[in-house]
Design a protein around this ligand. Structure first.
Ligand SMILES: [Zn+2]
Length: 214
């Protein structure tokens, strides 16, 4: 996979704005990265609001060594971004956010159910649940690596969510969809009646999604 660096930088800036505007992140939280080639990514810098980034604020670094080749200090969550790109050669974009309803579920020890609507299953498949580890730690990266096979969306216990895609755009749209489904789940549980799709229908729709997923 090889992409023009300027285009990846523009995607990270544009989808950072969207992430902030839609309140999927608040303050300086969250981070985004996009792959340029087999061994290089662009990633958001540490300590910046994702709603106000400029292309030149971003950091370029190598996937194998973690060496910074342009820009300042990368996101504190760099270890899990690098782990995802190392393991998932087809991954071209990673988004980490703290969307409200995803985080409510994460703090109650649950993942997002995608069997409530066909859209959820088609676009996200099953959502993995990642056990808690300190932000920025190699342990968190390892917990994620252990669960990444076959998943494009992850709920992180007592923390937030991660989505991946073939590029930054796809990872971002998965995050939007994930939060929409989490909101349905949290609100429907408040109503007290939550009914998922029948097992047969779940299998049928997961079958339809084959080929678009890792
Ligand atoms: Zn976080």
């Amino acid at each position: 996979m090889k992409r023009v660096e300027g285009e990846v930088r523009k995607d990270v800036v544009d989808f950072g704005k969207a992430l902030y505007a839609r309140r999927l992140v608040t303050g300086m939280s969250g981070n985004i990265s996009g792959r340029i080639d087999d061994n290089a990514i662009i990633i958001t810098p540490s300590g910046y609001c994702k709603g106000h980034l400029k292309g030149f604020d971003l950091v370029r670094m190598l996937i194998d060594s973690g060496k910074v080749t342009a820009g300042g200090k990368p996101s504190m969550e760099t270890p899990f971004h690098l782990a995802l790109y190392k393991e998932g050669k087809e991954i071209g974009g990673v988004v980490h956010a703290h969307p409200l309803h995803c985080t409510i579920l994460a703090c109650s020890g649950r993942t997002v159910r995608t069997d409530l609507t066909p859209e959820g299953l088609l676009y996200l498949g099953k959502v993995a649940f990642i056990p808690y580890a300190t932000p920025g730690s190699n342990e968190l990266a390892e917990n994620l690596r252990a669960e990444m096979k076959g998943h494009d969306a992850f709920i992180m216990e007592n923390h937030g969510a991660i989505t991946v895609g073939k590029d930054v755009a796809e990872a971002y749209y998965r995050m939007e969809t994930l939060e929409y489904l989490a909101e349905i789940q949290v609100m429907a549980e408040g109503v007290g009646r939550l009914k998922g799709l029948e097992d047969g229908e779940v299998q049928k729709i997961l079958g339809m999604a084959e080929g678009t997923k890792r």
